[in-house]
Design a protein around this ligand. Sequence first.
Ligand SMILES: C[S@@+](CC[C@H](N)C(=O)[O-])C[C@H]1O[C@@H](n2cnc3c(N)ncnc32)[C@H](O)[C@@H]1O
Length: 276
Amino acid sequence: MTEDYRAINRANWDERAPAHAASSDYSVEQFVSDPSFLSQVVTFDVPRLGDLTGVRGLHLQCHIGTDTISLSRLGATMTGLDFSPASLAEARRLAERVGADVDFVESDAYDAVDALGAGEFDLVFTGIGALCWLPDVRRWAHTVADLLRPGGRLFLREGHPMLWALDEERTDVLAVGYPYFEVPDALVFDSGGTYVETDVVFANNLGYSWNHGLGEIVTSLLAAGMELTALEEHDSVPWDALPGQMRRDGPLGEWRLTDRPERLAASYTLQAVKRG
Ligand SMILES: C[S@@+](CC[C@H](N)C(=O)[O-])C[C@H]1O[C@@H](n2cnc3c(N)ncnc32)[C@H](O)[C@@H]1O
């Protein structure tokens, strides 16, 4: 595994953060104009989140803070953590513009306990393009468990490992092109694009990512002292994950296969509670 994957991935995210904040896909201006506006991601999660009033929540890998601020609008006292200073600058700017009392902390996900302390949170919220940047899902699961108080909850909605295993350049057929299981070697990509509408031309296009099988994720959480309380697979994701093969539909604006969406688990929601 490359030792400098963090620096390479951080440069990639730092460059994309301002473009994401400026893109209509992240709806930053709607957060400003409508105090009750929630991100598309959190809107999907609302029926599963329950009452967040007074909950001490941590959003791991919070990016530009739109989901973090949405959770704070639902009543949680939120902290967002990310390793990208440019992402956090956008998150802090948005929080200030909308008057949201949210802390944003710069740290690698694996160093979150050093940055924030152990057992401090009732809720760890993460996902939608988060786990794929971390090489070792066991280490992530232990970090999540350490961050939670006994009885505290993990809420993870993430792209399905089956989706991450598909070769997005094959538009004629669903083709398994990448590992489903976690392997030590990163998947190295060099792609000038991003997942939102933007005209920005990027220079830092290298990225290192890893897949983690669903069984590996569940087993890692159980081994870290978490109890699984919910696992739902969905036929949709919040972004156009397979361009040319997906269509945006439904009231939540999610993307699913145009042809027979029941063929693919595109994302999942996993909830787990720290054993007390
Ligand atoms: C796709 S975003 C996920 C957040 C959220 N779903 C969203 O779209 O706003 C991925 C985030 O993970 C962060 N990230 C990647 N690797 C990380 C690491 N090792 N530690 C902390 N943050 C990391 C990136 O900086 C980026 O902000």
